[in-house]
Ligand binder design. Structure first.
Ligand code: PEP
Length: 254
């Protein structure tokens, strides 16, 4: 059984001080919630402070990106072992903003994924089509390409443990959420491909979460779909009460 997983992607928001305040507000609200995994992805600068603030709680910390090398002359970059040492247990890879604004490709996603697996972090691998691709009926072909590229050389056991975030680019930060039926169609397709390429066990264990304008008032309908295992939340994760509402409602659907 896949526990619901709700991850908050804070993007380039929150200082260390603001991040710690958020953690302190969230902790008591979700303290007694069993059966849901909660992940916060602050900017790199706040990973350590947030990890310390939520220690021993049911909240985990993720990075929003990383470099695939362990160390080296890569000015401005941060590696998987550094993130891990700072207290992260998850790493987001291939977010559409990285793909669109910073030249991320399926090849670099694959390198980062391997680095994350080597460092015993759990990857949250983002895939998703643009509006143009959807309107030209290319959604499933784009996703197939992204999955094949990202998971090249990855084993079925590794697939079992990771998280795929289906994030249609047209739904990110736009307020235009995919309908539950649209999300389920794609999630079911992703799981079918995982079954075909990595086997039934990997497909059943792998989390496929949805991202794109998730809010407290739409999470329940999304979570009722059988192949939607949680959510990656941007804007609505910046406020602790709104994020806690999403987590609580997602838990209640199980
Ligand atoms: C995201 O950035 O991953 C995201 C889904 O953003 P939003 O929830 O704001 O659409």
């Amino acid at each position: 059984m896949r526990l619901p997983l709700i991850a908050g992607n804070w993007k380039m928001f929150k200082t260390v001080g603001e991040a710690v305040v958020f953690a302190k507000v969230l902790k008591p609200i979700v303290k007694d919630l069993q059966g849901v995994e909660i992940v916060l992805a602050p900017p790199f600068t706040a990973i350590h402070a947030v990890a310390e603030a939520v220690r021993h709680e049911n909240i985990f910390v993720a990075s929003q990106d990383l470099h695939w090398e362990k160390e080296g002359a890569f000015t401005g970059e941060i590696s998987a072992p550094m993130i891990k040492e700072a207290g992260a247990e998850f790493a987001i890879i291939g977010h559409s903003e990285r793909r669109q604004l910073f030249g991320e490709t399926d090849v670099t996603v694959n390198r980062k994924l391997r680095a994350v697996l080597t460092s015993a972090l759990t990857p949250i691998v983002c895939i998703g089509e643009t509006l143009d691709e959807r309107e030209h009926n290319q959604t499933l072909a784009v996703l197939d390409r992204q999955i094949q590229g990202a998971f090249d050389g990855v084993t079925a056991d590794e697939i079992s443990e990771l998280v795929i975030a289906y994030e249609p680019v047209w739904a990110i930060g736009t307020g235009r959420v995919a309908t539950p039926a649209q999300a389920e169609d794609v999630h079911a397709h992703i799981r079918a491909r995982l079954r075909q390429w990595f086997g039934a066990t990997a497909a059943e264990h792998c989390h496929v979460i949805y991202g794109g304008s998730v809010k407290p008032d739409n999470i329940i309908d999304l979570m009722r779909e059988p192949d939607v295992d949680g959510a990656l939340v941007g804007g609505a994760s910046l406020d602790a009460q709104s994020f806690a509402d999403i987590v609580t409602k997602a838990r209640a659907t199980v």
